[in-house]
Structures are given as C-alpha cells and as structure tokens.
Design a protein around this ligand. Sequence first.
Ligand code: SAM
Ligand code: SF4
Length: 342
Amino acid sequence: MNGPGPLPSLHRPMTDPFGRTISYLRVSVTDRCDLRCFYCMSEDMTFLPKVDLLTLEELDRLCAAFIAKGVKKLRLTGGEPLVRRNLMSLVRSLSRHLATGALSELTMTTNGTQLARFAQELADCGMRRINVSLDTLDAAKFRAITRWGELDKVLSGIEAARKAGLAVKINAVALKNLNEEEIPALMQWAHGHGMALTLIEVMPMGEIGAGRIDQYVPLSLVRARLAKQFTLTDLDESTGGPARYVRVAETGGKLGFITPMTHNFCESCNRVRITCTGTLHTCLGQEDASDLRKPLRASPSDELLAAAIDRAIGLKPKGHDFIIDRRHNRPSVSRHMSVTGG
Ligand code: SAM
Ligand code: SF4
C-alpha cells in the first residue's frame, strides 16, 4: 500500500538547504518612518510609491500563508510600523492566529514615538512583548541621531507600553563617539526599569550619505569595557535569535549582544523577512530576493504563493558576510535596514 504522499505545499514546513527550519517571519509593513536615524537612512530618502505597497489585507493573507507553513513567531517592523495607516486593523486580524494557537508570538519593533497612542491596543490584541529602539537618553544626542526626534515622546511611549503590561526590550545600536560612553548608563536605566537591553553592531546596509567606518564600534570592545565595571555572566539560553545574552550581577538585568560584524550567527538562523511590497528576503545580509506579490495576486487561492515560498526557501543562502574596513567602506547590501526592518 502506498503511504501518504508529500504534504501539499500549502502546509509543508519550510526547511532550507542547510536543514534550518523557518519558524520566524519578520514583516516590514512600511519603508516610511517619522525619524531619520543617520545610520539607517539618508536625510533625503526616497520612499516607495504608495501604489507599490501591498494592502493590509494582502499582508494579512501573506502572513497567514507563512503561518500555515509553520511560522510560529511573527514580528511587525518597518520603517516605523506604527506610522502605517490603520496598522491596528492588521494587528487585530493577525491576533486570530494567537487565539487558535497557530502563532505563539506576535510582536513588534518600533521607535516608540507612537506608542503612547497604540500600546494599550497592542496589548489588547495579545501582544506581550515589544522591542523599542533607543540609542541614547540625552535629548540633544537623540535629536542628532534621529535628525529631529523628540526623546520625551519615546520615553512616554515606553511608559505607556509598560503600563499596558507589555514587556519592553530596548535595542541600541553602538555608535562610535556618540553613545559608546553612555552604554553603562543606558543599561542601568533599562535594567532599573525591568527592561532588557540589547546592543547591536552597525551593519553596512544601504547608502546613507556617509561611510560606516566612522560609526562602527565592535561590541567585543564595548563588552570588554563593561566587564571592567560590571560582572557579566554568559547565559546559556537560546532565544533562536542572533543575540547572545549575559546577566549583569550588579543590576540583575539581561544584556544582549548582536554582533553580525564580529561574530557570524547564521548557523541557527530560523527567520525570513518580507517587505511591504511582498518581496521575500531569506537573508538580511545578502541581495537575494523573491517576489511574492505576483503569485499572491495571481490567484485567490494560496497554491501559487506557497510554491513560490518553497522555491525561495530552497535558495536561502548559508549566511552573510558583512565587512566594514577602510577598503570596504561601502554598503555590503544595497537595501536600507528600513526596507526589511532588521
Ligand atoms: N523603526 C523601527 C525601530 O527603529 O525600531 C523598526 C525598524 S528599524 C530599521 C529596526 C532596527 O534596526 C532598529 O533597532 C535600528 O536601530 C536598527 N538599525 C537600522 N539601521 C541599522 C544598521 N545599519 N545597522 C544596525 N542596526 C540598524
Ligand atoms: Fe526609522 Fe527605525 Fe530606521 Fe530609525 S532605525 S530611521 S526609527 S526605521
């Protein structure tokens, strides 16, 4: 007797050529942002024409197709996700997958400027944790980094998120001569408020009108400096993500390091990214891209879409190879971080 045939594409788990199973989807819902962090965007960014964007209904369908194929964790990002008009209708709709248990986590990375308005609704939709990007607690530096942002807005956003019961993790990019010195204070502030802090190495993504060499500070150096002042104990936990965590004895808090430049973390990569135009990127640090908008729009059923996803996953590269040095002071990847949301 014949056994059951292969699973149809619609529900087939996504396993790449290196045996890594994909269970984490990051969705950039817009490439636009209300800030212009100098390491992320140039001041005069050209954004995508609105007609190229998937509608929120299309994004919802695309997410559902990935969830059917085994995605358990979904992160909304951008650009700034909370500036996409009516985003909450997408969040509300996606929360149905939490209710059924198909999705174990729905989360978001945000710059926090709009959180005061939306935090409670996010929590009401079943969001439990969010990441807020904040590189400094100095209002003037914050304005300089973001080109015009107001620190107070972000701080009240964080406050509102915590009041709504959301666990907040702070993400900070380590920036040479800018916030390097402030990292211990930023950590003490975050930990003092019960928030973990993750430090990120600046990555050479997209033309930003400046070289990267002036921005980049290796986290190995930051860690060595912190270790002079604090007791850092490696935590063995694997979050499935690229961050390596330590416990800081003096604060009791958790500190993460994302080190794409000094330590390649691709072996355990479980994630892929889609952009607001429906392009699938299977690696943050490579130019690979597959169009899902066409198969999505070609048919109301998801067969073509699922087959296109399978083809793209079958091409997921082994890893990235970012370099910043005097000879390579140019983007390794032409797209900006705001296209895929990190
Ligand atoms: N706007 C939201 C925010 O800032 O959290 C979400 C999108 S933003 C592109 C996601 C994260 O990428 C932020 O933590 C930001 O600091 C980080 N980021 C942006 N450009 C980067 C770069 N070139 N290298 C490293 N991290 C970068
Ligand atoms: Fe906007 Fe986030 Fe990029 Fe800053 S890092 S410009 S907040 S998308």
